[in-house]
Each structure stands twice: as structure tokens, then as C-alpha cells.
Write a protein that binds this ligand. Structure first.
Ligand code: PHE
Length: 467
């Protein structure tokens, strides 16, 4: 029977450890760095509303699907889909989708590690007191200086990748638990302290207003980005949650656990936004400034309060830990797959994959300096050009990877996983894995998985194409 399988990679000691690990995966740069800057770029409230809707209606069902696929098969994404498809008398080709997901995860990791590196850099800068009494303009210049130096970025990117690979090589189950047990709660506390600071800026309500006021004319603008980010933020669509589900004990309730993780993740995102935007408005910064947003606003807060130096160091350590626990979950699916498939040891598999991600990550490093002018998908003056050096619009290398992964591959991966669970494995298998006591609740959940999530994803894609 499917329920009796065990994972060769180990399993979580209890449901709590799964919550910890899945939260560690979900809560990361996506919540603290990416959510605020995307909210800024896509106009505030409209984006936040779309994001929350996507989390509830699309993200949650997908997350359930991934977790139960993982737990039923106890294997890496590609082998899981292959085996469960064959069990249900469907084509083994389903595993190709999971394979694509694992490659997407590696692509995400390539830029994730670069930004994780920025937070490592800021730990040192804050500790040195570089931001004491700093003004808005200097904070902006500080960030610009940092990213303009490729060697500096490479150094931290390398360190971040090594730290992630180290845990993976030792095996996720052993490495994660100890560090996350203390760090995750502490991150919450520091975000609350930051929120306290934002309350004192005198612009708190401006921040709230920006995040929750609804500009209906921008709803469509932010729709696909919000959907992509909802999946990114929950770590679904690439197999990360699937592989963590594979390490989940049999007797724990999936639904309650998954909802808890999604709520925590959403809560951290909103908290980060509420902490950052008041600082943005009080310092007269530009909300739509992009990827630098967090790295420009936070030094202002920490540079101008009592104990800011110490708190700043602690905060960026926690951001780095949150990023690191997410990075691990990006690397794990492919590592687990290769360990299952080949005779190569975990150590060497990890080393090789980490090196590839590191190398691809150089593209993101250079996007902020020597390749800053290299622009792809340029539509200037109505004409489309695949590539143009020095164009005003278009996407840089980081932009291309981010677009391709978050807006295309994550939603496609998410679509595959829910469709697989609800149509290929079918109602009985899902019922068996979810083991929900309330029949109505199960019916609603299954309806979300079978119809709402797949159609929702397709509708968002269609809306984007028709726009
Ligand atoms: N959810 C992580 C974050 O928000 C990023 C991530 C995406 C991790 C996809 C795993 C898979 O930072």
C-alpha cells in the first residue's frame, strides 16, 4: 500500500518539524525582500489584494496537492510523479513536468543566492556601523555602490551558496531543525520591533493606505505577477514542498499543517510591507524603486534608532537564515532525485549542482554592474527586439530569469501538481492522504483543487495574453 512507503533521505521527527521546515522554505526573501518591492512596483493595494486572493484560491490547493503527492510516494518530485502515475495507470511522462520544476528551482536559486549574499554583506556593514545616522540619499548610494562592484557580490554569493550546500550535503532532515527552531520565532519578533519603529515615523498610515487602498485600474497589471509571486512565496510549483511532504510522518494532518504554513508566510509578507512602507514615505523614497527597496529602507531605520546597530545585525542575520532555509529547499528536490537515480554520493551531487547554480548566478551578479546595459525583450517605439545593448526598457539577465521562473514556470508547475493530484491520482487517493474528518470541508477542498485552482491559473494566463 502506498501509505507504507518510507523515504531513503530520512523523515521529520514530527509534524512540528515539518511545519518548521516548510515555513523555513516558504518564509524567505520572497516575503521580506520581494513582496514589498513588487507591491511598490505594481501599485500597492491592487497587488496586495490579488496576491492574497491567489494565495487563498490557487496557492493553498496547490500546496496541499504537492504535500500529499510527496507524502504518498516518499520520493523526489520526478520519481514521485512517475510512480504515482503508473500506479493510476497513466503515462510516466508526467514526471517530465516535475523535472522541469526541479530545473526551475535551480534557476531560482541562482539569483536567490545573490540576494541572500546581499544580506550577508549588510550584516557586516551594519556591524561596522556604516549606517549610523545615515540619510535617505546616502542609503541609496550605499546600495548602488555595493551592487556596482561585481567582486563584492561574487564573494557573498559564493559564501551564501557554500552555506546552503553544506546543509544539503549533510542531509536536510538533520541540518535544518536545530537552526530553525530558534531563528524563525526570532525573525517574527524582530519584524514586530521594526513595525514598532515604523509606527514612530509618523507615516504609518501612509504605508497602510498604500498597501490596502484599491486602485482598480491597476488590478490587471499586477495579476500575473501576483499569481507568480503567490506560488513563489509559498514555495510551490517547483517540487520543494513536495519533497518536504515526502519526509512527513504518515499520521499527521496535512490540511491543518499546510494552512498554518501558508498563514505564517502571508503574515510575514504583510508584516514586512507594513514595516517598510512607512519608512519609504517618511524618508521620501520611491516606493517603486525595485529590488533595492529593502536594502535602502532598512538601514535608514537601523541607522537612526537606539541600539539600531545591534538590532540591524541581528535582523540581517535572521534574513540570511530565512533565505538560507529557503535556498536549501530549492536545491533539495534535484539533489534527492539524483541521489535516487545515480550511484553518486549526496556530497558530490550537491557540490556539482551548487556549482552550476553559482555559475548561472553570475548572470544576476553582472546584471547590476557590467551587464547593466544588456537588455532583452525590448519593445521600444513599438518595435520588438530580442536583445539590445543600452535600451531604456526591456529586462536584464536577472529580469529574464525572474520573469521566466516566476511568471511562467511556477504557474505551469503549480498547474501540473494540482491537476495531477486531483485528476490523475483522483478523489479516493486524495481523500485517503488528507484524511479530513469533515466531509463537507473535504468536498470544498477537493473542488478547489480540481476546478478552482486549475481554471484560475489558466484564466490569469489568458487575462495576461489578452491585455
Ligand atoms: N518561498 C521562498 C521565499 O519566499 C522561495 C522559494 C520558491 C523557495 C520556490 C522554494 C521554492 O523566499
Amino acid at each position: 500500500m502506498a501509505g507504507d512507503k518510507v523515504s531513503i533521505h530520512g523523515s521529520w521527527a514530527s509534524r512540528w518539524v515539518f511545519i518548521l521546515a516548510a515555513t523555513g522554505s516558504a518564509v524567505g526573501l520572497g516575503s521580506i525582500w520581494k513582496f514589498p518591492y513588487m507591491t511598490g512596483v505594481y501599485g500597492g493595494g491592487a497587488f496586495v489584494l490579488m496576491f492574497l486572493l491567489c494565495i487563498a484560491l490557487l496557492g493553498l490547493p496547490v500546496m496541499l496537492a504537492e504535500t500529499l503527492i510527496g507524502r504518498r510516494s516518499r520520493q523526489s518530485p520526478a520519481n514521485a510523479l512517475r510512480e504515482l502515475a503508473l500506479e493510476a495507470a497513466h503515462s510516466h511522462r508526467w514526471s517530465w513536468a516535475a523535472f522541469a520544476g526541479m530545473i526551475t528551482a535551480l534557476l531560482i536559486l541562482s539569483f536567490y543566492s545573490v540576494v541572500g549574499g546581499w544580506s550577508l554583506d549588510y550584516i557586516v556593514d551594519l556591524g561596522r556601523g556604516d549606517f549610523q545616522g545615515i540619510g535617505a540619499e546616502q542609503a541609496g548610494r550605499y546600495f548602488a555602490d555595493m551592487v556596482s562592484d561585481p567582486w563584492r557580490l561574487i564573494l557573498w554569493h559564493t559564501l551564501f551558496m557554500l552555506l546552503s550546500a553544506w546543509v544539503i550535503a549533510r542531509g536536510v532532515v538533520a541540518g535544518l531543525e536545530r537552526s530553525l527552531r530558534i531563528m524563525m520565532p526570532l525573525l517574527f519578533v524582530l519584524l514586530l520591533i521594526l513595525l514598532g519603529y515604523s509606527l514612530t515615523t509618523g507615516h504609518f498610515m501612509a504605508g497602510v493606505h498604500f498597501m490596502f487602498n484599491l486602485d482598480t485600474s491597476r488590478l490587471l497589471d499586477g495579476l500575473l505577477p501576483a499569481m507568480g509571486h503567490a506560488f513563489f512565496s509559498l514555495s510551490v510549483g517547483v517540487g520543494s514542498i513536495l519533497i518536504y511532504g515526502a519526509y512527513m510522518p504518515k499520521n499527521s494532518s496535512i490540511a491543518g499543517t499546510v494552512v498554518a504554513v501558508a498563514l505564517l508566510d502571508t503574515f510575514v509578507s504583510l508584516l514586512a510591507g507594513l514595516a517598510l512602507f512607512p519608512i519609504v514615505f517618511s524618508a521620501g523614497l520611491n516606493a517603486s524603486e525595485g529590488p533595492g527597496l529593502m536594502f535602502v529602507t532598512l538601514p535608514l531605520a537601523f541607522g537612526n534608532v537606539a541600539f539600531g546597530q545591534l538590532m540591524g545585525v541581528v535582523f540581517f542575520v535572521l534574513v540570511a537564515v530565512a533565505a538560507w532555509s529557503s535556498a536549501i529547499s530549492l536545491l533539495e528536490p534535484m539533489v534527492a532525485y539524483l541521489v535516487e537515480r545515480t550511484k553518486v554520493s549526496r556530497l558530490w551531487v550537491t557540490a556539482a549542482l551548487a556549482f552550476i547554480c553559482w555559475f548561472v548566478g553570475l548572470g544576476t551578479v553582472f546584471s547590476f554592474n557590467i551587464w547593466k546595459e544588456a537588455k532583452f525583450f525590448v519593445t521600444e517605439g513599438g518595435a520588438f527586439q530580442l536583445y539590445q545593448w543600452g535600451a531604456a526598457g526591456g529586462l536584464d539577465v536577472f529580469g529574464v530569469i525572474d520573469f521566466f521562473t516566476s511568471r511562467i514556470m511556477l504557474p505551469l508547475g503549480a498547474l501540473t501538481f494540482v491537476v495531477f493530484a486531483s485528476w490523475v491520482m483522483g478523489r479516493e487517493a486524495v481523500r485517503d492522504e488528507l484524511a479530513m474528518r469533515n466531509a463537507t470541508l473535504f468536498a470544498v477542498t477537493f473542488f478547489l483543487m480540481r476546478y478552482v485552482a486549475p481554471l484560475g491559473i489558466l484564466i490569469v494566463f489568458a487575462a495576461q495574453l489578452l491585455k
